[in-house]
Structure formats: structure tokens, C-alpha cells
Write a protein that binds this ligand. Structure first.
Ligand code: GA4
Length: 333
């Protein structure tokens, strides 16, 4: 048995660890080529079976991605004092280890942004927080608009694949100027001490589902992302810095009346390498009603969920712990 010395334990005691080998990769992750003419069929299948897929040939210019990653790395390399000048992630700004406000922690530091000027949470932003002071404001804008377009293209392919009408029924929600979209830059520092001491890795971001419609993730070449399969088995996703990974969120699960699966996922910090990821979390406007799309419902099919607006769902989600099943409160019994 390995006994951890007290200082090492003190540093990590509240953060969970995991003995999962992050380097034994699962080879069954669906890979969709955007240029494939059957892409929409493959996307629908992947969203039903996994709630997750990798997209290649996506057309987002590499310089948008590498430029933003370089600036994010510069930011995370600043001193703690400099980073804290971004203001606390309460709820938008810089955060370190604490995730949300209900006691969750992880081996992660991050910048969390929201693009909706109407969000009541925005009022809580500390006066110090002014994202435009960062050199990469325009890089974030270029990246966000390219990824938003990509997310819309994928949502329109989903609508086509599911025969939803009109085909912009889903994409309009994230395209809307009032779309409640989040953007998250995460840095998972390596933790060699713990790995050397007991062969365990720290949980960077605990298991959860994303509340929004669709999430688009890009990371550097460090592993760590794991998804839960339908049978509950956790598998490691091979990293690929040139591709995007798409997650179905809770709202899309509801809008497809459970046909699509909001995927549970988590991130395990690497023992030796830093992981940097950027996630676009495409959400609807706050006032939007989240319900199964009428053109998808078969005759006599009933909604599995009670009616709610995105604002109601978000409010409820922010009162939960990271790993909770947030949709359970809205399921019809
Ligand atoms: C999970 C997905 C997004 O990262 C996020 C997270 C949010 C936060 O970090 O503030 C939450 C989490 C996420 C769901 C439950 C609540 C809120 C932390 C948490 C414990 C930005 C989001 O939208 O929901």
C-alpha cells in the first residue's frame, strides 16, 4: 500500500481520484466526415447510440483554433494573482478547482463566459471582470462564430436526418442573438506526484451531462475525456487536436423526446501533460420552451417530460451538484 505524505494529501484531499488508465483508448467512438454524403444518417445514429461523436473535415480554419489555444495557454501560465484579475467565475470569470457553487471541485482551472446580455446571472459579474481586456477577445469571437456555424450545420443535418421541419427548428435556437450560449476554456494541469505515489489520476471535471442543446469540444493532444456508454461503462476518448467532439445536451434529449442521449462525460487529469480544452455550449434563448418537436412525434406519442422553459431548467440545474441527473426533475412519472 502507498501512504501519501501529509502535504500531498492536503493538496488533493477534496478532489476525487481515479485508477482508470487514460491511455487505453476506446476505438468505437463514431467518427463522422462532414464531407460524407451520408453524414446526416451517421450523425443521427451516433446521437442515438452514444450522444457523442467526433467530426472530421469540419472546415474551421486551423489558425482560429491554434491562435486561441496559444492565448489560452498564455493566460493559464500567468501568475495566480494576474489570473484572478479576470474576476471570480461567479458565475462568469476565472475559476480554480471549484466548479459551480454547490461544493463540486476538480483538478481544473478555467475561464467561463456567457454571451447573452439578458442573463440575470450576468449582473453578478464583479466590476473587475472585463473580458475585452484580454488580447484574445477577437480570437474568441472568430472561433465562436466559426464553431456556432458548424454547430448550426450539424443541427440542420440532424433535423434533416430526423425529418424535422423546418430544418432550422434546432439551429435557430443557437443562432438567435439571445441564445444563452456558454464558452469555457479549461486547463487541467498534470499531477505527476500523485501518479508516481499511487498510480492514480485526479478527476479534473467530475461526471455530468451538459444542460444545453449541443456542446462542441476541442482539446489539445492530451487525453483525459471519458464518456459513459449506454451500459454505464466508462471509456477513454482518444484525443485529436484537429477534430471537434460533439455532445448531445439535456435539452436536445428532451427535444427529441429521448431518441437522442445526453451523454455523461468526465475528464481525468493526465499524470504528466497539461490538457487545454475549449467548449462551446450552445443553448437556447432563456424564454424558449423546451419540449419534444411536434414534427418528430409519432401519432399518439406522448412527451416524456413536463413542460419547461430554458430559464426554468437552468435555474434548477444551478441548484444541483455536478453529477446529478438534472432531467429527473422534469420527467413525467
Ligand atoms: C456543466 C456544463 C457546463 O460546463 C456548465 C457547467 C456549470 C458551471 O460550471 O457553472 C454547472 C454544470 C455545467 C451543471 C450543474 C451546475 C452548473 C456546474 C454545476 C454544478 C457551464 C453548465 O452550463 O452546466
Amino acid at each position: 500500500m502507498v501512504v501519501l505524505s501529509q502535504p500531498v494529501l492536503d493538496n488533493f484531499s477534496t478532489i476525487k481520484t481515479c485508477k482508470f488508465p487514460t491511455s487505453s483508448f476506446y476505438c468505437g467512438i463514431p467518427v463522422i466526415d462532414l464531407l460524407d454524403r451520408d453524414a446526416k444518417t451517421h450523425i443521427v445514429k451516433a446521437c442515438q447510440e452514444f450522444g457523442f461523436f467526433k467530426l472530421v473535415n469540419h472546415g474551421v480554419p486551423l489558425e482560429f483554433i491554434t491562435g486561441l489555444e496559444a492565448e489560452a495557454t498564455k493566460f493559464f501560465n500567468l501568475s495566480q494573482m494576474e489570473k484572478e484579475k479576470a474576476g471570480k467565475a461567479n458565475p462568469f470569470g476565472y475559476g480554480n478547482k471549484r466548479i459551480g457553487s454547490n461544493g463540486d471541485v476538480g483538478w481544473v482551472e478555467y475561464l467561463l463566459l456567457n454571451t447573452n446580455p439578458d442573463d440575470i446571472h450576468q449582473k453578478k459579474i464583479t466590476p473587475k471582470f472585463n473580458f475585452s481586456c484580454f488580447a484574445y477577445r477577437s480570437l474568441v469571437n472568430d472561433y465562436m462564430s466559426a464553431v456556432r456555424n458548424l454547430a448550426c450545420e450539424v443541427l440542420e443535418m440532424i433535423a434533416d436526418g430526423l425529418k424535422i421541419e423546418p430544418r432550422y427548428a434546432l439551429s435557430r435556437l443557437v443562432r438567435d442573438e439571445k441564445s444563452d450560449t456558454f464558452f469555457r476554456l479549461n486547463h487541467y494541469p498534470p499531477c505527476p506526484e500523485l501518479q508516481a505515489l499511487c498510480g492514480r489520476n485526479l478527476i479534473g471535471f467530475g461526471e455530468h451531462t451538459d444542460p444545453q442543446i449541443i456542446s462542441v469540444l476541442r482539446s489539445n493532444n492530451t487525453s483525459g475525456l471519458q464518456i459513459s456508454l449506454r451500459d454505464g461503462t466508462w471509456v477513454s476518448v482518444p484525443p485529436d487536436q484537429y477534430s471537434f467532439f460533439f455532445n448531445v445536451g439535456d435539452s436536445l434529449q428532451v427535444m427529441t423526446n429521448g431518441r437522442f442521449r445526453s451523454v455523461r462525460h468526465r475528464v481525468v487529469a493526465d499524470g504528466v501533460k497539461s490538457r487545454v480544452s475549449m467548449i462551446y455550449l450552445g443553448g437556447p434563448p432563456l424564454t424558449e420552451k423546451i419540449a419534444p418537436l411536434p414534427s418528430l412525434m409519432e401519432q399518439g406519442e406522448e412527451s416524456l417530460y413536463k413542460e419547461f422553459t430554458w430559464s426554468e431548467y437552468k435555474k434548477s440545474a444551478y441548484n444541483t451538484r455536478l453529477g446529478d441527473n438534472r432531467l429527473a426533475f422534469f420527467e413525467k412519472s
